[in-house]
Ligand binder design. Structure first.
Ligand SMILES: [Zn+2]
Length: 416
């Protein structure tokens, strides 16, 4: 889009604390060139698209999802994690159906994301060639985290798995490559250390599921507890050999010991559902570390009945907390605003705080410069939502969680 255009609305939220009335964005060559009152642009020779009862926000960023698992929508029971993951493994598509299943799930997931105003996803994939090819065929922006497992007797497979996980064949300006060591019960400390020290990964965004489950502490201490069950159920407990380092201090201290919390590149910790005061202090020590809280998925697995998520204390300590949906295998939809809506209704968390957790905070967490705010030189990734014009615009947006009226990526409208 080379020709300059104006996108204007009753309200534009350009970033935290910046709600502008009757303003317009001047968009040129995919970027924001100017933000000013509509009257400022009178007489300019460029087209204007005006949204009269709407709020424009930066395109929303879903910091944690697995689009390829969309084929499991409504297929798995709510409740404890271990039975869920055993069923998930039993439902993997056959090898000859994998490419088509992943392509279909990713494509549908992108459409659903765009409908919710999401212009960028932090997407975890175990099927990297298929998922990245599918993402590259859509307009959405993505950080594609190649997921891998490497534990005990299978740690020797790490290097080959890393080659696949960080493969950049489909990388381009909209598709960034990241790496995702899966979780503390599938990647052991030595493998995690190798990933953190690997020169291919050192500057990449990294995402790991961490402190999602209370059972992680038992597994890390002596390979016992409920997280051993998936290995027993599929007959792979033999991989859990003496080479797996035992760690008594829980997953956050474990992650620190093996280098995950010392990275110089963006490091996202998915969930952190269980964290002590000492854990929060460790997370707050490195501003490259972010937490992704997935409220509806957390509720699906029953963690809210055990203890509330400490996201507000994390924010108060300066930890970068973002919101994510996680996958359709544990969430009813990919409509990111509904995660914020839940916290607004349940916890009375201010709408402004929540909107930052969908925009500027995930942009920083994923290492995406020029996204998450609408300021000159930002990419013109924009979402437009109809709001109740009698209410405060940001309040109305978060309270009602509407679908998007329009979405622009790099200044091009991609969804009606
Ligand atoms: Zn996940």
């Amino acid at each position: 889009m080379n020709q300059a255009q104006l996108i204007s609305a009753q309200w534009i939220w350009t970033g935290p604390g910046q709600l502008l009335r009757d303003h317009a964005l001047l968009v040129r060559e995919g970027h924001i060139a100017e933000v000013a009152p509509r009257s400022h642009f009178a007489g300019r020779n460029c087209s204007e698209t005006h949204y009269s009862r709407h709020i424009i926000t930066p395109g929303l960023i879903n910091a944690h999802t697995h689009l390829e698992l969309g084929y499991l929508h409504n297929q798995l029971p709510a409740g404890p994690f271990v039975p869920w993951v055993v069923q998930l493994m039993a439902k993997y598509p056959q090898a000859d159906a994998m490419a088509a299943t992943v392509h279909d799930a990713v494509t549908r997931g992108v459409i659903e994301s765009l409908r919710g105003g999401v212009t960028c996803v932090g997407d975890i994939t175990k099927q990297t060639p298929h998922a990245r090819a599918a993402l590259a065929g859509t307009p959405i922006r993505a950080v594609s985290f190649g997921e891998l497992q490497a534990i005990g007797a299978r740690r020797s497979l790490l290097d080959a798995r890393l080659v696949t996980a960080v493969d950049g064949t489909h990388a381009e300006s909209r598709l960034t490559i990241g790496v995702s060591p899966h979780a503390p019960y599938t990647v052991d400390g030595l493998a995690l250390q190798d990933i953190c020290n690997d020169t291919r990964c050192a500057e990449m965004p990294l995402c790991m599921h961490l402190a999602e489950l209370p059972e992680e502490a038992d597994f890390l201490r002596d390979l016992s507890g409920a997280l051993r069950a998936p290995y027993d159920s599929i007959g792979t407990a033999w991989v859990l050999d003496d080479s797996v380092p035992r760690h008594p201090g829980g997953p956050i201290a474990w992650a620190k010991q093996f280098g995950l919390l010392n990275r110089i590149a963006p490091t996202l910790l998915a969930h952190v559902n269980y964290a002590s005061d000492d854990d929060l202090a460790m997370l707050a020590a490195n501003r490259n570390v972010a937490v992704v809280y997935c409220p509806r998925t957390r509720a699906f697995f029953g963690h809210d009945a055990v203890t509330p998520h400490r996201y507000r204390e994390m924010l108060a300590r300066g930890i970068n907390v973002c919101l994510g949906t996680d996958s359709l295998a544990s969430n009813p939809d990919l409509h990111l605003l509904r995660e914020a809506q839940l916290l607004h209704q349940r916890d009375a968390t201010p709408a402004e705080t929540l909107l930052a957790m969908l925009t500027v905070q995930p942009a920083r967490a994923l290492g995406l410069h020029g996204l998450g705010t609408l300021t000159p030189t930002s990419s013109a990734d924009v979402a437009v939502f109809e709001i109740d014009s009698t209410a405060h615009a940001v309040e109305s947006l978060v309270a009602n969680a509407p679908t998007a009226t329009a979405v622009y990526i790099n200044g091009t409208r991609v969804q009606a």
